[in-house]
Design a protein around this ligand. Structure first.
Ligand SMILES: NC(=O)c1ccc[n+]([C@@H]2O[C@H](COP(=O)([O-])OP(=O)(O)OC[C@H]3O[C@@H](n4cnc5c(N)ncnc54)[C@H](O)[C@@H]3O)[C@@H](O)[C@H]2O)c1
Ligand SMILES: [Zn+2]
Ligand SMILES: [Zn+2]
Length: 351
């Protein structure tokens, strides 16, 4: 199969012919029809993820059709249209028994713990626990985002963030995660302040429901800007970029009893985040993490997508063939945000 592979961290990846994966017992192999370029892929390529073993095939935000089914899989057949949360849970550990598949102690992750979906085929473990059916009316390019960033944002805003109508929500970083969060919070009736350094990202955030945009390149203190725009601070704020500065600013822009949800990764290489813990105590702020979303939690989100209240299709701003993926991955280190890029692994070979 054709796949994007890299031998060294931070060195341009290549498209090569590699052996196709085989399904594990309980797992499947999916023919990848669409796979998103998520900043977590870039973190992996940069060497920020200790699970990765070189050489490596990135990619974890995918949709496609089941190509092969391993022994013991009951619910899925060849040809089924599917996506899966990037955290593939074991389904049987104590965390899974509690319903917390998104933090499963024995999780596997395509594109991190094994070869991922920047390829024509990808293996997914524990299919009965992790696969999510993609309805016919949803294109593969749209469904890919449900495997990582759209679902992650849904859990961060709705489950962890407990967004309520009328609340102020600030979103730091309006890329794939952040724009999804803007759309989801706005659909829940919240008033959203978007913060980004890229004018194009702020424009998209406004299009998806943000009432204010703060250009972080032109604003010395984004937390103060958020407090002013929201009459005292956001009720809920997300760091949807992941940097010590945006994590601290997100917390500092909250009002009393506000909730901060950390979604953007904070790799050790970026330096330790220094957070205003005095404010966390004095104002009783909540600081929460959010990590993907369990497959069993997808139905309410899928209903909102099906009914048109949420439009992940609108987030896709470009589609590229597999051959363009290595350069696009490298460009994430420098290029400004502009929506969601989806790789179509079949595009160059099957037309
Ligand atoms: N926790 C999880 O489960 C989970 C899931 C998916 C992604 N992530 C992480 O979330 C983060 C976002 O991923 P993505 O794919 O949406 O990224 P992205 O590259 O699409 O978007 C990042 C955005 O941040 C903006 N930005 C850059 N510097 C900024 C600054 N100083 N202030 C404000 N905005 C700034 C960029 O212009 C861009 O719009 C990454 O760290 C990714 O690894 C975490
Ligand atoms: Zn991701
Ligand atoms: Zn588990």
């Amino acid at each position: 199969m054709r796949a994007v592979v890299f031998e060294r961290y931070g060195e341009q990846a290549e498209v090569r012919d590699l052996p196709e994966p085989r399904p594990a017992a309980g797992g499947v192999v999916v023919r990848v029809e669409a796979t998103g370029l998520c900043r977590s892929d870039w973190h992996g390529w940069m060497g920020h993820d200790p699970d990765i073993v070189l050489p490596h095939v990135p990619g974890h935000e995918l949709a496609g059709a089941v190509e092969a089914v391993g022994a013991g899989v009951s619910n899925w057949r060849v040809g089924d249209r599917v996506t899966a949360p990037f955290v593939c849970a074991c389904g049987s550990c104590a965390d899974c028994a509690a319903g917390d598949h998104q933090v499963c102690a024995r999780q596997t992750q395509p594109g991190f713990t094994h070869w991922g979906s920047f390829a024509e085929y990808v293996a997914l473990d524990h299919a009965d626990v992790n696969l999510v059916a993609v309805p016919e009316e949803l294109s593969y390019a749209t469904a890919a985002g449900l495997g990582c960033r759209f679902a992650t944002a849904f859990r961060a805003v709705v489950a962890q963030g407990r967004v309520a109508a009328g609340e102020w929500v600030s979103v730091y970083g309006c890329g794939g995660v952040g724009l999804s969060a803007v759309m989801i919070a706005a659909a829940a009736g919240a008033r959203v302040v978007a913060v980004d350094t890229a004018p194009g990202a702020l424009e998209l955030a406004r299009k998806f429901g943000a009432v204010h945009g703060v250009d972080a390149t032109a604003c010395a203190d984004t937390a103060q800007a958020v407090r002013e725009l929201t009459g005292g601070g956001a009720h809920l704020s997300l760091d949807a970029l992941g940097s010590p500065a945006t994590a601290a600013a997100s917390i500092s822009g909250l009002r009393r009893r506000g909730r901060h949800v950390q979604v953007g990764l904070l790799p050790a290489a970026a330096g330790a985040a220094v957070l205003p813990m005095d404010r966390v105590i004095g104002w009783e702020l909540a600081v929460l993490g959010s990590h993907g979303m369990a497959a069993h939690a997808y139905p309410p989100m899928m209903e909102l997508v099906r009914g048109g209240a949420l439009r992940p299709d609108l987030l896709v701003t470009s589609t590229i063939p597999l051959d363009a993926a290595p350069a696009a991955l490298a460009a994430m280190g420098t290029s400004p945000g502009r929506g969601v890029t989806i790789i179509l692994p079949g595009a160059s070979t099957r037309g």
